[in-house]
Design a protein around this ligand. Structure first.
Ligand code: AP5
Length: 221
């Protein structure tokens, strides 16, 4: 997707107003998925990417933890799955994403973090974006070895207060669920020629530079 295709090279901030207010220009939204296993750095890098590109950050993990903190019925139900390293049912997370997209009508694009995690979620996301005349532009997948993932999550568990980070068997369960249920999502986007793997080990700055390069290339194509 090229922001500048129809607008003769204007900088993004000058066209932002038009993107936000014209359905015809909804196609100029830039929608990115940051993909990867638990602990691969999706949350860390998402913060930097939204700062740089101004997309709206939608993390299903964060949304679910907010529901848990607010003790909503949805949160209490989701907690049963999350504490055991299992996925929350598709209909719950798809509904949450649907209302979040609706809530951000003016968004110039979304960064999806931790979603989609099943092929059914990916198909639902395609539909939700198509209602807005938009689509996923790019999927960037952070690749990190299993031992590094376990090390990072156990380390975070010392201070995060996340129940799913404190127990190594729950962490390993999350990795198994990723491999069985979430990795097929990669094939879904490979078939659509939207998938790019990025090395997820190294410094946060190095990884961010590689992600930025991939986003800039896609925006310029
Ligand atoms: P979610 O909150 O999405 O967690 P996750 O995918 O398990 O990922 P994490 O947040 O643990 O890791 P991350 O990749 O964001 O890495 P981070 O940047 O934090 O999901 C939690 C649960 O909610 C799921 O298990 C499921 O139950 C449910 N859920 C969520 N979405 C769902 C969906 N779509 N469908 C169904 N269920 C869903 O980094 C991790 C650690 O590493 C941090 O301490 C960080 O400081 C450190 N770190 C980051 N980068 C580096 C680096 N380069 N070098 C060293 N350390 C680093």
């Amino acid at each position: 997707m090229n922001y500048f295709k129809y607008i003769g090279g204007w900088p993004f901030y000058k066209i932002e107003y038009y993107i936000c207010h014209s359905p015809r220009l909804a196609a100029l939204m830039f929608n990115l998925i940051l993909f990867g296993p638990p602990g691969s750095g999706k949350g860390t890098q998402s913060e930097k990417l939204v700062d740089k590109y101004g997309m709206v950050h939608l993390s299903t993990g964060n949304l679910l933890r907010e529901e848990i903190a607010n003790k909503t019925p949805l949160g209490l139900e989701a907690k049963k799955f999350m504490d055991h390293g299992q996925l929350v049912p598709d209909e719950v997370v798809i509904g949450m994403i649907d209302s979040s997209i609706e809530h951000h009508k003016e968004a110039a694009g979304f960064l999806f973090d931790g979603f989609p995690r099943t092929v059914a979620q990916a198909q639902a996301l395609d539909k939700l974006l198509s209602f807005k005349g938009s689509e996923i532009d790019l999927v960037l997948a952070l690749e990190v070895s299993e031992e590094e993932l376990v090390h990072r999550l156990l380390n975070r568990g010392k201070t995060s207060g996340r129940p799913d980070d404190t127990n190594e068997s729950v962490i390993r369960k999350r990795l198994t669920v990723y491999s069985n249920e979430t990795s097929p999502v990669a094939d879904y986007y490979k078939k659509a020629h939207k998938f790019k793997a990025v090395a997820g080990e190294g410094s946060v700055a190095e990884i961010f530079a590689a992600l930025r390069q991939a986003v800039d290339m896609e925006m310029a194509s």
